[in-house]
Design a protein around this ligand. Structure first.
Ligand code: NAG
Ligand code: NAG
Length: 358
């Protein structure tokens, strides 16, 4: 008996260790996991608030700019109609409302009948990344003040959504939680496209994006160990092709961190245009999603990335895509032969290697 216990104590760890070598090798800590002072309070002095701006887009892609100080006039802008849905867009690190990302996203929502407001916080997002990540807290607070002010002019929180990309994908969290504090109400939906991991991945859920921030939070992950973040942060989290890296359109070059991080933008645009096609499989864990091992999970449960997302089917979802725009696989995405790794490595599946081994 004693011998048996001793033997199994020796054998069990050896067996388990051999099942998954990563238990021996450890897990990635990620890009800039430790940012000095990232929870230290940051404030924006009153004199600087004029640099917090809001760009309203509508009426055939025309734009009007407001500052924090006159943002209450957004309510009477001819582009605005609070009977419609409103989308507030938060951009990423170093980005500007003059650069293409804001136009690409704003045009899609304008075309779908939304009021569109883009937060112009370039002044605070074009400093050292460590500082920018801290400054998004006061940015979020002051943007929430503006939204609360617009609420008293008819903006309905149940028709208000936030969309953020990268650093903006964390800014939306600070906007939403300050909005909760000021008004006692929830913003209806947050869509976070590749929320930043650097300087955020070690923080508590109370200091970064979290499902508690809004009635519904949808998160899309495309580079979880690099610029993005692996943790589940929403009600529904899509790990696209496992969330680590995206398939490359170029045979000879892999799509590494920057490519995979930005891939979320054309993916989301395609999801807006093809609302039923990005069908994803539910997984039991993020590890299963990374490994594309959700095909045999029973019962088979699916959700669809985009505006038709099922807001009551919460969880972790693996979404396989094709290599090129428009990326979706439809129902093929539920079949294991369409798992992304098979196509990333399809060069390994050919017979070319035989000329070397004969
Ligand atoms: C706000 O949303 C959170 C998370 O979805 C939810 O738990 C909470 O009850 C909501 N609060 C209100 C006032 O609706
Ligand atoms: C949404 O998900 C819930 C829970 O899994 C399910 O009961 C419901 O039928 C789904 N709704 C649609 C429209 O698929």
């Amino acid at each position: 008996m004693t011998v048996y216990v001793v033997l199994s104590a020796l054998i069990v760890p050896v067996l388990c260790g051999s099942l998954d070598p990563r238990i021996e090798e450890g897990y990635p800590r990620g890009l800039m996991s430790v940012c000095p002072g990232s929870t230290k309070p940051a404030i924006i002095p009153k004199s600087q608030l004029k640099y917090l701006k809001f760009v309203v887009q509508g009426n055939g892609q025309t734009r009007q700019k407001y500052t924090y100080w006159n943002a209450k006039h957004i309510a009477s802008d001819p582009r605005m109609d609070f009977n419609r849905k409103t989308m507030l867009l938060a951009l990423g690190y170093l980005d500007s409302t003059n650069f293409p990302i804001s136009a690409i996203l704003a045009n899609e929502y304008e075309a779908r009948g939304y009021n569109v407001i883009i937060v112009d916080n370039q002044r605070f997002a074009t400093v050292h990344y460590y500082l920018a990540s801290r400054l998004m807290r006061p940015v979020g607070k002051h943007v929430a003040e503006v939204l609360a002010q617009l609420m008293s002019s008819g903006l309905d929180p149940s028709k208000l959504e936030l969309l953020g990309f990268s650093l903006g994908g964390q800014t939306v969290s600070y906007i939403a939680r300050n909005f909760q504090t000021i008004t006692g109400k929830n913003i209806s939906k947050i869509t976070s496209l590749e929320p930043s991991g650097p300087c955020f991945r070690t923080l508590d859920p109370t200091d970064r994006l979290d499902a508690s921030n809004a009635d519904f939070v949808e998160v899309i992950h495309t580079n979880i160990d690099g610029y993005g973040m692996a943790a589940r942060m929403g009600h529904v989290d899509f790990y696209v092709n496992g969330g680590e890296y995206q398939p490359s359109e170029l045979l000879m070059y892999p799509c590494i961190s920057t490519c995979s991080h930005f891939r979320v933008l054309p993916l989301w645009v395609s999801a807006l245009k093809n609302p039923k096609q990005f069908i994803a499989l539910k997984c039991n864990s993020i590890q299963q999603a990374r490994d594309a091992k959700c095909y045999d999970r029973r019962p088979l449960e699916t959700n669809v990335m985009g505006l038709r997302v099922n807001t009551t089917n919460h969880g972790i979802f693996y979404l396989s895509t094709s290599k090129g725009y428009p990326y979706y696989l439809g129902r093929d995405g539920l079949r294991s032969e369409f798992a992304s790794w098979r196509r990333i490595t399809d060069v390994n599946e050919g017979n070319e290697i035989e000329i070397y081994t004969k």
